[in-house]
Design a protein around this ligand. Structure first.
Ligand code: GTB
Length: 219
């Protein structure tokens, strides 16, 4: 059955693949699940029809048969559990891959988002320049530990998994900050993720949405 996901009709990231539909598209491509995309404006997201799918009026959402889901992590985990390609068969290895997925969302992404929000919304504040080093230090602590955990391995725990998909997606949010450049192992890890054919297909698909919106004068 074809799944339906939601994404920005005109993404504020201008097709850089930073909105959270990208990780869901990537998981769909890795697992080979066919999908369609329902594009939403900011106004559409807040309408009752979409809030019935997503209580917070956001993207992404996922619908397939009788399953309707919100939260990118829940969607990626759902896909990984139901289809081959994103979780190992061994139960203990599967549990560790899921732990990495949660680590990406709960341990690594929050300080990255804190910095992003400050940079977007607080640059004009008198205290911004004094706060930024502390925000970046918190990211640095996480990246130091993540880099040590990865070591010289290709992926975080054996074969590529949903944990890597989510961790690479989270680290990609640092592009443009210059921070990742200080972490050669993590930079190479992100590049390995971006080189995966499934990632490239997902990236191209979301970029096409932005390009079409731009051509139509809507971006
Ligand atoms: N925890 C939820 C999840 O993981 O699914 C978070 C969902 C979320 O934050 N959705 C955002 C949204 O719908 C889009 S991805 N925002 C609209 C709203 O809240 O009204 C976040 C995002 C947006 C823009 C960029 N960017 O421009 O770079 C990057 C990430």
């Amino acid at each position: 059955m074809t799944a339906v996901i939601t994404a920005f009709a005109s993404s504020p990231d201008r097709g850089r693949g930073l909105a959270r539909d990208m990780r869901v598209r990537w998981a769909l491509e890795e697992t080979g699940v066919p999908y369609e995309v329902r594009l939403l404006s900011f106004a559409d997201m807040k309408m009752p029809e979409h809030r019935a799918r997503h209580p917070f009026g956001q993207i992404p959402t996922y619908e397939e048969g009788d399953v309707t889901l919100f939260e990118s992590g829940a969607i990626v985990l759902h896909l990984a559990r139901r289809h081959k390609g994103l979780l190992p068969d061994d139960a203990a290895a599967q549990a560790r891959a899921i732990a990495w997925l949660f680590a990406a969302l709960n341990t690594v992404e929050p300080p990255i988002v804190d910095r992003e929000v400050a940079t977007l919304l607080e640059q004009g504040e008198s205290w911004y320049a004094r706060r930024l080093p502390a925000l970046e230090a918190r990211i640095g602590t996480r990246l130091d530990d993540l880099s040590a955990a990865l070591g010289d391995a290709e992926w975080l725990d054996g074969a590529f998994s949903a944990g890597d998909l989510m961790m690479v997606s989270v680290l990609l949010r640092l592009l443009g900050s210059g921070i990742l450049g200080g972490y050669p192992r993590l930079s190479a890890y992100v590049a390995r993720g971006e080189a995966r054919p499934a990632y490239r297909r997902a990236f191209a698909a979301q970029l096409e949405v932005f390009t079409a919106a731009q051509e139509a004068g809507q971006a």
